[in-house]
Design a protein around this ligand. Structure first.
Ligand SMILES: NC(=O)c1ccc[n+]([C@@H]2O[C@H](COP(=O)([O-])OP(=O)(O)OC[C@H]3O[C@@H](n4cnc5c(N)ncnc54)[C@H](O)[C@@H]3O)[C@@H](O)[C@H]2O)c1
Length: 386
């Protein structure tokens, strides 16, 4: 594993590394960890990366690793930089023949995402996007229930991702993560909608498989002169007539990572909260409300839910384990890919390049809709998968 980003003072890089090594299927051996070469090399010791493989830049890392014998070089690259650096790093990695795990949103613009998808399509590399909420056991349980018809026809999806940390203008107080997330040149066309709204949208798509038709959105900036949305709603119409809503906020006092999703079917409804991820609520009129707990040995758990568990019931699994499940699914494809064998590229359990493109389409169409007072715009991208 080679890491790009994740240097001192950063957030998600450490989570990627912890998740990638959790099941002893990977080891971090190389890194270009910061935009600053000296900091990049200095950060390597924090990960026990040998100084000989602590690189100043990602280009240096790809060239040096490429020059090593195949069994000595890195097999994949994890990209955990701010959004504007995803495309150049991912393109260079795929062109150098490395598999990629890239954080979301896929790129800065939809055009970059589409360009990247065609580069990946021509390559023989695996490309995963860390919509990590898809890795929770009870999310996978719910998905199998929804796809298997246990909810009946799905008619509504309500996904909300609510935070409060940008209630004040942290970006003007030297807060690094706030600074790039509120800068259109580094974050992209959207703020909260790109940062967390894409997760909520992706979760609804993952759990139901419903294909979107069109979107109507209203995005707002409530902390001017910030230029990117810190609050917004989107209404999504799906191909079967179902209605979805995505709400993303970063200005709601007291909310931390309050991601929730509710799905209403003709036979039952489901509810899952990221901050209480080991419980899934299932409701049917006239029946007592059911709480499914994450239990790999319980008869009510389906194969997808069980396969995503590591611990017995009652020992909470959460963010790291779910992240690791996304890595595991990507490794299942990388292992044959590295051996030169065929591997599943389309119908993957891990979010793939097409899901990444779809996330970018969701962002750009939501921003465009909001600019014309919530006009309905198409949301079915040609790469969208069922
Ligand atoms: N999936 C999730 O749950 C989740 C959570 C947080 C962040 N993210 C995503 O992860 C990415 C990083 O977010 P973060 O909060 O960790 O950011 P961060 O600002 O904490 O860290 C970014 C790191 O990238 C480094 N970097 C910047 N340019 C670089 C370059 N050219 N070469 C090498 N390193 C470079 C920075 O020096 C820093 O170490 C973003 O795309 C964000 O959207 C995803």
């Amino acid at each position: 594993m080679g890491l790009v980003g994740g240097g001192q003072g950063s957030f998600i890089g450490r989570v990627h590394v912890t998740a990638a090594v959790l099941d002893n299927r990977a080891t971090l051996v190389a890194g270009a960890l910061s935009s600053d070469a000296a900091r990049s090399k200095a950060s390597a010791a924090d990960y026990d990366i040998d100084p000989s493989r602590a690189y100043g830049t990602y280009a240096e890392m790809f060239a040096a690793e490429r020059a090593l014998p195949a069994d000595k070089r890195i097999d994949f690259v994890s990209i955990v930089t701010p959004n504007h650096m995803h495309f150049p790093v991912a393109k260079a990695a795929v062109e150098a023949g490395f598999n990629v795990v890239c954080d979301k949103p896929l790129t800065l613009t939809l055009q970059e995402a589409e360009d990247l998808a065609s580069i990946v399509k021509k390559s023989s590399t695996v490309f995963a996007v860390t919509h990590n909420y898809t890795g929770y056991p009870l999310v996978r349980q719910a998905r199998e229930m929804a796809l298997g018809g246990e909810l009946g026809d799905i008619q509504a999806i309500r996904a909300t991702y609510i935070q409060g940390w940008l209630r004040t203008r942290l970006e003007s107080e030297g807060h690094k993560q706030a600074a790039w997330r509120t800068d259109p040149k580094k974050s992209g066309a959207a703020g909260a909608f790109g940062d967390i709204g894409t997760h909520a949208y992706n979760l609804g798509r993952f759990m139901t498989g419903l294909l979107p038709e069109k979107v109507s959105a209203h995005l707002k900036v409530f902390e001017p002169p910030r230029s990117l949305d810190d609050y917004g709603h989107a209404v999504i119409q799906y191909e079967n007539g179902a209605l979805g809503t995505v709400t993303a906020s970063q200005i709601s006092h007291g909310h931390e990572n309050d991601l929730r999703i509710e799905i209403d079917g003709t036979l039952a409804s489901l509810e899952w909260h990221q901050e209480n991820p080991n419980q899934l609520f299932v409701r049917k009129n006239g029946h007592p409300h059911a709480i499914y707990t994450r239990d790999p040995n319980a008869s009510f758990m389906n194969a997808s839910g069980k396969a995503a568990c590591r611990l017995p019931a009652g020992h909470p699994e959460a963010f790291f384990e779910a992240f690791a499940n996304v890595y595991c699914a990507a490794f299942d494809a990388m292992e044959p890919a590295i051996a030169g064998e065929s591997f599943e590229r389309t119908n993957t359990l891990y979010p793939n390049i097409c899901d990444g493109v779809e996330g970018m389409y969701f962002i750009e169409q939501s921003v465009a809709s909001s600019r014309v007072d919530g006009a309905w715009l198409p949301l079915r991208h040609s790469l969208a998968r069922r």
